[in-house]
Design a protein around this ligand. Sequence first.
Ligand SMILES: NC(=O)c1ccc[n+]([C@@H]2O[C@H](COP(=O)([O-])OP(=O)(O)OC[C@H]3O[C@@H](n4cnc5c(N)ncnc54)[C@H](O)[C@@H]3O)[C@@H](O)[C@H]2O)c1
Length: 257
Amino acid sequence: MTQSYTALITGGGQGLGRATALEMAANGINVLITDINEDAVKETVSLISDAGRIHYIIQDVTAEDAPLQAVQAAIEYFGGLDWLINNAGIGKSKSLMDTSDADWDRYSDLNLRSVFRMSKAAIPHMQAGRGAIINLGSIFGLLGNPGTAPYAATKAAVMGLTKQMATDLGPQGIRVNAIAPGLIKTPLTAERIDHDRNFQKLMVETTPFQRVGRPEDIANAIYFLCSDKASFINGHTLVVDGGWSTSNYVYSALNEI
Ligand SMILES: NC(=O)c1ccc[n+]([C@@H]2O[C@H](COP(=O)([O-])OP(=O)(O)OC[C@H]3O[C@@H](n4cnc5c(N)ncnc54)[C@H](O)[C@@H]3O)[C@@H](O)[C@H]2O)c1
């Protein structure tokens, strides 16, 4: 029998990381989640019925020793590491002129540098034919959008890095892909989705599916890209956005609001 896969998911305390942890565990994958928020992580763990399938550590993913600590924990608890989901990140950034140097560094450290450092620590433990890395990009890193310069820049860089990693690691039998989620309702976005009318116009009424995404929409795509079903997919960014970025759909132009 094939040995169970082990996935390390950063930012597994809520939102997309939590949904991915639940999806993985439900499919018999061992899961190590890391997060800075202890209460949130414990809640994620409590939602998984097979307690032996999930472990967590509390860490700031940007801390110097975070990658080593996370990888060692996966090996200690589960005996190896196969999949890395670089998910922890922050959103809600500002336009270029409103962004301070400190803001810029914070986005770079968390959304981009941690992806590079976490991957570097994990790759030596991955086996040919089993190893897979998924980086969380964004549709905001594919298209220009109002008022989101540092976030968009870091996400574009993550998707660029994904192609470079896929090229370098392909010969070792490790696949690297990215997901570019559209607007997904999580604690990161819920406030704006529910209360910001301009944001609703920009994001929801311009989505042909006429809804925001659910965390499970992304978790399913991440699990697929890690699994053997995606065995020849490498260096790809999978857009999961209900058609937002590929259409000129405007609900109000077609229908009375
Ligand atoms: N929700 C969306 O619409 C959307 C769209 C595109 C991309 N994304 C990306 O998907 C990823 C997850 O987004 P989400 O919506 O689930 O966000 P979220 O804020 O709901 O969850 C992020 C998790 O990361 C953790 N985290 C934050 N900073 C951390 C740090 N320094 N160290 C460790 N953990 C930390 C948080 O505690 C939280 O549990 C992010 O990279 C985000 O940019 C989200």
